[in-house]
Ligand binder design. Structure first.
Ligand code: G6P
Ligand code: MN
Length: 435
């Protein structure tokens, strides 16, 4: 049986993740779950609810809460990492500062992702060091955002760590939509995909017989019939798919990750936003409160039945990945890994998001080969931004930071980059190294 630490145990994603762990216990048997978080007060409610859920759905599992690495990371087999450095309060600034300058205000793309990256990386590095001290062989599955920047940094700090896996759930969330539109289970689809994190394209989508269903999806995008029920409810999704269908016509036919809308339609994305009420505000007002409500319900009623707790793709993907490792399942997952020739005409050092076979030895990337000029050029530019962001952090280098922002397609203009950087330095005074 396995021992698991959830880093960022106080996250709104923790309870759905625990629920998935309960559902997968026959494939991933557990003896101990530790919620590790620097904010024990915030984590307390989630911890109490977790204890009740685990007692109800699993047998003999110890649940712990801790803010001490020596306790939380002692003899663990897995660490699921989903930390948010600076919390939602800082996310709000990441989103609002760029919007003031009519630039995309998003937590992973553009200047927001840059600011978040400079906060996130030092904490991620500390935690990985802590885990390696007490559990040198634990599998670390890292979700912490901005994943592109975090992955570029972990590559530099832990170049030989074969058990540190960087992932993102976005392509999977997109595939959920595709699967629904096709009327199949997402798990029956095997994606072929290439790019950087939040900056990639689907090239194929194989079903269990090896038939490529992506042409069908493209057709549905073009004629507007890709409107699964779930997506209709979510205006953002519908907008994204409408935009994508235009792109699919214009471009060769790879289907872009929805995050590419921030880079291809930055103006439109800014116009859609309320500069005084961003995604951070919505998460604080809704998801945070909903998690509190669910936790209290579970604690008061001593059961998760009737609580409305639902699994999310976020937790499911991480648990599926862990399951594929321990059971040597050789399933395909999209992982952010060092290029090293996977994309043969692209920077060897870049961290690319590509399909990998996952088994008890870790992950083995599939070969992609050459990509066309359009994708290569976009990706080289974006990788320049990622690399310089991490350079800026490691070398306390203002010039590198400015260059990174100039390279980012959501900014470009030098004066704008300077203004945003100036405000962000002030806003992050308690988090960033001095640039
Ligand atoms: C997906 C992406 C993450 C992103 C998150 C935002 O899970 O893969 O990178 O941070 O969505 O979700 P939220 O609901 O907090 O805006
Ligand atoms: Mn992501």
């Amino acid at each position: 049986k396995y021992s698991i630490a959830i880093c960022g145990g106080g996250s709104t994603y923790t309870l759905p993740m625990i629920k998935t762990l309960c559902d997968y216990q026959h494939k991933l048997p557990i003896k101990r779950i530790v919620l590790y978080d620097i904010d024990l007060e915030k984590t307390a409610l989630i911890y109490e609810a977790t204890k009740i859920m685990v007692e109800e759905l699993m047998d003999g599992v110890k649940v712990e809460i801790s803010n001490k690495p020596e306790k939380a990371f002692d003899k663990i087999d897995f660490a699921f990492m989903q930390i948010r450095s600076g919390g939602l309060k800082m996310r709000e600034k990441d989103e609002k500062i760029p919007l003031k300058y009519d630039c995309v205000g998003q937590e992973t793309c553009g200047a927001g992702g840059f600011a978040y990256g400079l906060r996130s990386v030092p904490d991620v590095i500390d935690i990985v060091n802590g885990i390696r001290k007490y559990s040198p062989k634990a599998w670390i599955i890292n979700y912490s955002n901005p994943a592109a920047i975090v992955a570029e940094a972990t590559k530099r700090f832990f170049p030989n760590d074969k058990r540190l896996i960087n992932i993102c759930d976005m392509p999977i969330a997109i595939m959920e939509g595709f699967a629904e539109a096709l009327g199949v289970k997402r798990q029956s689809l095997s994606p072929r995909y290439f790019g950087l994190n939040h900056f990639g394209w689907f090239t194929n989508l194989y079903d269990e017989k090896g038939v490529d269903l992506l042409p069908k999806i493209k057709k549905m995008l073009k004629d507007g019939s890709l409107m699964p029920e779930e997506l209709k409810k979510d205006k953002d999704w519908v907008n994204t798919f409408n935009q994508l269908s235009v792109m699919v016509k214009d471009i060769e036919g790879h289907i872009p990750n929805t995050y590419l809308q921030y880079y291809f339609y930055p103006k439109k994305m800014v116009e859609k936003e309320d500069k005084n009420y961003t995604r951070a505000n919505a998460v604080m007002d809704n998801r945070l409160k909903e998690v509190e409500r669910i936790s209290k319900y579970v604690i008061d009623n001593k059961t998760i039945k009737g609580s409305g707790l639902e699994e999310g793709v976020h937790g499911t993907y991480i648990v599926e990945l862990a399951t594929s490792i321990i059971n040597n399942e050789n399933k395909t997952f999209l992982i952010i890994t060092k290029n090293n020739g996977i994309i043969s005409n692209f920077s060897k050092d870049a961290m690319v998001e590509v399909p990998c076979i996952v088994n008890s030895n870790g992950w083995e990337p599939m070969h992609i080969g050459e990509i066309d000029t359009f994708y290569k050029a976009l990706m080289e530019n974006q990788y320049g931004y990622e690399k310089l962001t991490v350079d800026a952090l490691i070398n306390n280098d203002y010039d590198a930071a400015l260059k990174a922002l100039i390279l980012n397609r959501t900014i470009v203009n030098v004066d704008t980059a300077k203004n945003i950087l100036g405000e962000m330095i002030e806003a992050n005074i308690n988090y960033w190294p001095k640039l």
